[in-house]
Design a protein around this ligand. Structure first.
Ligand code: SAM
Length: 474
């Protein structure tokens, strides 16, 4: 037996000993041949609603279950928040090695990651103008580790490294690069593996956001749920779901599964850029959720070259209504339509900026905004300009990228440069396709309006306000 299989076997044995109930119809398998690490596979036919496994709550690696939480004040964990608290507990359990209850679990968790946090600068460069590059947050995480986590480890060094005469020294060494890297690894594990774990008294089944969410549910406690996190994910082939029960978390089939089929969870409707950022891989069937972001900067830049009546007041008003964002999504959509694919907030922002003074004052008095489903011909032209501006931020064109289409290597090192370059290229191609679709949809809209009004202006670079006129610095 290979060490990889031995670790899987020891993990499954530990889990059973911890009180987990695991159907004999499933197996944890080595799927490295398809570059998917470990995964859970059906070895017999499974019916819809059938229980695949149930994990007792005490087996979850969480703040609540770690002995550390009984030794460090509750207020410290509250101050750290769910993410840093779980990182702290994971560091504690990890450095306790075989003394940790979760040692066999750590042995099946990855120590190398392909998520964007661990990409080299030249690899990230392949994403070109993708907004995902601004969401990686490596520096912010480093600062948080140094300013929030390390002081707690230092303060409680004697508990954290209990019995070690060098406890204080070890705590001080936590700011060293290899230890910050370890914190990033724990953070990445949480991002790709943890679930939002509802408190025991809340009986609620986990929806597609079962995997720990980042923004909306920042305050929810996180937990590493053994085996549940060994399921890979697939947007189309999703066939299982985790249900919360008072004593257990239960994974059940949500459709019949045939022997030999892999059991898949779902990460929700994530664009491939985010799939890469959070999970370090992409598959084609997430292309349906791709988005491209139009940065708010394009609006400020375009406005700076034009005199928009009441610009500052309008921005303030839009901000009061929560419409000022760092960027606005345009999503893939099939078929692509302006209504379905373009952020209604972006349309409302553009249409507000275009309002004549009297109309702006009138809407303001009523506390209203222009209707986001009514993009005017002028608004369409401006939007067209933003889209062209955004397309120019990428260092290659869609046609250049498509002339030599990338394919992600199916064998070899999962973290190879070649693989990362190929994944990045597919992400940027997806974004450029959306920009092209949006441009076309706006041209079609202008032509339709032209036919109905006899007007002759098309959305193009010739509009004064259009950002297309000015090339932004690359
Ligand atoms: C929750 S874990 C799933 C278990 C994981 N395969 C393992 O061996 O530990 C999530 C990670 O699995 C991998 N993964 C998930 N779904 C995948 C898929 N459909 N294809 C390839 N890799 C996948 C990614 O590396 C992701 O970060």
């Amino acid at each position: 037996m290979t060490p990889f299989d031995e670790a899987s076997e020891a993990f499954m044995a530990w889990l059973s000993k911890s009180g987990a109930e695991i159907s004999r119809k499933i197996q944890l398998q080595d799927l490295r041949n398809i570059q998917a690490g470990r995964g859970v596979v059906a070895v017999q036919n499974i019916e819809e609603d059938e229980l695949l496994f149930r994990i007792p709550r005490p087996a979850i690696l969480s703040v609540e279950n770690s002995i550390l939480s009984s030794e460090i004040p509750k207020s410290t964990f509250e101050h750290l928040g769910p993410w840093l608290s779980l990182i702290l507990v994971m560091l504690y359990e990890y450095q306790n090695q075989t003394a940790s209850n979760w040692a066999p679990y750590f042995n099946v968790l990855p120590t190398k990651f392909n998520t964007l946090m661990f990409w080299e600068a030249d690899e990230l460069e392949q994403l070109q103008a993708s907004a995902v590059r601004n969401k990686i947050g490596k520096e912010e995480a480093d600062a948080m580790f140094k300013n929030e986590l390390v002081p707690v480890i230092k303060e409680f060094a004697e508990i954290f490294y209990s019995g070690d005469v060098h406890a204080q020294k070890r705590a001080e060494a936590m700011v060293e690069p290899h230890n910050l890297e370890l914190m990033h690894k724990m953070g990445s594990l949480i991002m790709a593996y943890a679930f939002d774990v509802e408190p025991v008294n809340v009986q609620k089944d986990v929806d597609e956001e079962g995997y720990a969410s980042e923004d909306e549910d920042e305050a929810l406690p996180k937990g590493m749920v053994p085996l549940a996190d060994m399921l890979n994910a697939d947007a189309d082939k999703n066939n299982a779901r985790l249900f919360y029960e008072s004593e257990y978390l239960s994974m059940k089939a949500v459709k019949p599964i045939m022997a030999g089929e892999e059991i898949f969870n779902d990460y929700g409707p994530l664009p491939r850029s985010d799939l890469l950022r959070r999970y370090g891989y992409i598959t084609d069937n997430y292309a349906q959720y791709d988005v491209v972001e139009i940065p708010f900067d394009h609006i400020t830049y375009a406005a700076s070259g034009d005199s928009i009546p009441f610009y500052d007041e309008k921005i303030e008003y839009l901000d009061e209504h929560g419409l000022i964002e760092t960027g606005y999504d345009i999503s893939a959509g099939n078929p692509f339509t302006i209504q379905e694919s373009i952020s209604p907030e972006l349309i409302a922002v553009i249409e507000t900026l275009l309002l004549e003074e009297a109309e702006f004052e009138r809407l303001k008095r009523k506390g209203k905004l222009p209707k986001p489903d009514q993009l005017s011909a002028r608004g369409a032209m401006i939007l067209h300009g933003f889209i062209q501006t955004q397309a120019r931020q990428y260092s290659t064109s869609l046609d250049q990228d498509l002339s030599d289409i990338a394919s992600v290597p199916l064998t070899g090192d999962i973290a190879s440069k070649e693989r990362r370059y190929a994944m990045a290229k597919l992400v940027r191609i997806g974004e450029k396709k959306i920009l092209r679709n949006a441009e076309q949809a706006l041209i079609n809209m202008a032509q339709t309006k032209e036919r109905s009004t006899g007007a002759s202006k098309r959305p193009a670079e010739d509009d004064n306000y259009g950002a297309g006129k000015k090339q932004r610095a690359q």
